[in-house]
Ligand binder design. Structure first.
Ligand SMILES: [Zn+2]
Length: 378
């Protein structure tokens, strides 16, 4: 069973596939491309299709991979000798050099499951616990070594980097020269979900391509035809997921609610009680979670705040909240007038920074909840 998506498996990316095709046919493909798009979106599956396009030995005149040449067959299994996959990993043992080559099997497994996976799923696959997966320095050394060997079999050698933003500065600095003047035939394809976290020196060497969201009609059609969703439900899911298939499927599974969204809602509800005891108890409960989970809770809050703002001041078409939680969301939004939002955002940023810097989770969250109690309008 091929584990890599075909061009026809992509949703709403026809024009980008055609764009790269014409660049490849004309011999004008940039040697370093950065695909940007949100997690769970089409950017990563598109990068796999682009790698097939680059490596196929019998590309059609339209620039579509033939699907049957030796190269396409190897690519379908993600076992191509001229494809190097690089992604964030953790050090299972200190003092030992780790590269993504050693974690290729779990990575392939996840792609085989579904190619629109998220960082959280990858963390779970790695069993990362409290560790922050990153692209290690040894990785840069491996790439420099591999690309210096001119023995590759195809016309091209593809280096596909998922989440280059997790590169350590040391790694990035080592890669700069390779990115600046790659050996002939080497093509870098990077996929970033947070391009603002990339070093400017890296970004300036990449051709940036924003991967668009799935158009609503395409996503609705997919949910109805491929996932057996009723027409009306498919419409609601598509609207709430804002063109993100992964989110739409998660919502479908969760009966119309995002997990992160629910947790964020519960957090923002706490200060409505205006009593420190339950706040302290809640902070103590949160402290039992892994640190990265707390960070992802703090990451989910700004999104929900945006929704609350839209709920209080906007019109229906800019509100993306499931109907089930509208009443609770409304209560919080009434406590937060417009002028308080920047203050709340600043408090969230500070709290997140303290958690990242190993601050005491109970204390940081208790402080944050108390501050929110003061900020909330009666
Ligand atoms: Zn082919």
């Amino acid at each position: 069973m091929p584990i890599v998506p075909k061009p026809s498996d992509l949703l709403g990316q026809e024009h980008l596939v055609a764009h790269f095709a014409s660049q490849i046919v004309a011999g004008e493909l940039p040697h370093a491309i950065l695909l940007t798009g949100e997690e769970g979106g089409e950017a990563f599956p598109l990068s796999l299709v682009l790698a097939q396009q680059v490596l196929c030995e019998e590309l059609t005149p339209e620039g579509v991979p033939c699907g049957h040449c030796h190269s396409c067959r190897q690519m379908a299994e993600l076992q191509h000798p001229d494809l190097t996959l690089v992604f964030p990993i953790i050090k299972a043992q200190e003092g030992k050099e780790y590269t993504s080559e050693m974690m290729l099997e779990p990575f392939r497994e996840l792609i085989a499951k579904h190619p629109r996976f998220t960082t959280l799923e990858w963390r779970e696959q790695l069993d990362a616990g409290n560790k922050q997966p990153q692209i290690m320095v040894a990785e840069a050394e491996r790439l420099i070594h591999n690309t210096s060997l001119s023995s590759f079999k195809s016309r091209y050698q593809v280096i596909l980097i998922w989440q280059p933003e997790t590169m350590r500065t040391e790694t990035a600095n080592k890669l700069l020269k390779l990115l600046e003047e790659p050996p002939t035939g080497v093509v870098f394809i990077m996929v970033s979900h947070s391009p603002h976290r990339l070093l400017p020196t890296i970004i300036s060497r990449l051709q940036k391509v924003a991967v668009p969201k799935i158009p609503e009609p395409t996503l609705i059609k997919y949910l109805v035809e491929q996932k057996g969703t009723a027409d009306e439900e498919a419409r609601e899911l598509t609207h709430l997921a804002q063109g993100n298939l992964y989110k739409a499927l998660q919502l479908k599974e969760g009966g119309g609610l995002f997990k992160g969204e629910m947790e964020a809602l519960r957090f923002l509800q706490l200060p409505l009680q205006r009593h420190p005891k339950p706040l302290l108890e809640a902070a103590q409960e949160y402290a039992k979670m892994d640190r990265p989970e707390v960070i992802s809770l703090l990451d989910a809050l700004p999104m929900l705040l945006r929704e609350l703002l839209a709920l209080r001041y906007g019109s229906d078409d800019v509100v993306f909240l499931p109907s089930k939680i509208l009443a609770e969301a409304h209560a919080i939004s009434m406590a937060l007038p417009l002028e308080k939002y920047t203050i709340v955002m600043d408090e969230l940023t500070d709290a997140k920074l303290e958690i990242i810097q190993n601050g005491n989770i109970t204390m940081v969250l208790f402080d944050l909840l108390l501050t929110l109690t003061r900020i909330y309008q009666k």
